[in-house]
Design a protein around this ligand. Structure first.
Ligand code: FE2
Length: 147
């Protein structure tokens, strides 16, 4: 069980970092397609932020404490922090790569959750994988060159 809650904390901290980065990009994006990307990053950060409380409470439900400080998030997150202001195309590429990484982290947690027969948590994680698959589709589609 500890192996499951430890990897759940990593996935939670990584989700929080991903949320913060998408909000950062929503704030700082510039360029000709400003509104399109401001809105896309906005939709993503709102969806991900909407999962944070439930994610934390799922971890508490399994008897573990939830990381809730910037220091702990930095320590546990596998999504790299972004301190620079990137150009629009690099923002999309970076968030897309982070999204793929986060899906991989969530799949690992799902597997451990199934092994521990935590089916309610598995269900929550499956929902997160599905939501991030949609974010990946929208990020990818927004960068595709028109023929
Ligand atoms: Fe806003």
């Amino acid at each position: 069980m500890k192996e499951l809650t430890d990897s759940a904390k990593i996935a939670f901290a990584s989700t929080f970092s991903f949320y913060l980065k998408s909000h950062n990009f929503h704030w700082n994006v510039e360029g000709r397609d400003f509104l399109q990307y401001h809105d896309l990053f906005g939709k993503i950060y709102e969806e991900v932020y909407g999962s944070i409380d439930m994610f934390a409470e799922q971890i508490r439900g399994m008897g573990a404490y939830v990381p809730g400080s910037l220091a702990r998030f930095t320590l546990l997150s596998e999504i790299d922090d972004e301190t620079a202001v990137l150009d629009q195309a690099t923002m999309v590429q970076e968030l897309l790569a982070d999204n793929e990484k986060l899906i991989g982290i969530l799949k690992l947690v799902f597997k451990k959750s199934e092994e521990n027969q935590e089916f309610g948590f598995s269900d929550f994680i499956a929902g997160r994988i599905d939501a991030h698959r949609k974010h990946g589709w929208q990020l990818r589609a927004s960068t595709k060159e028109q023929p």
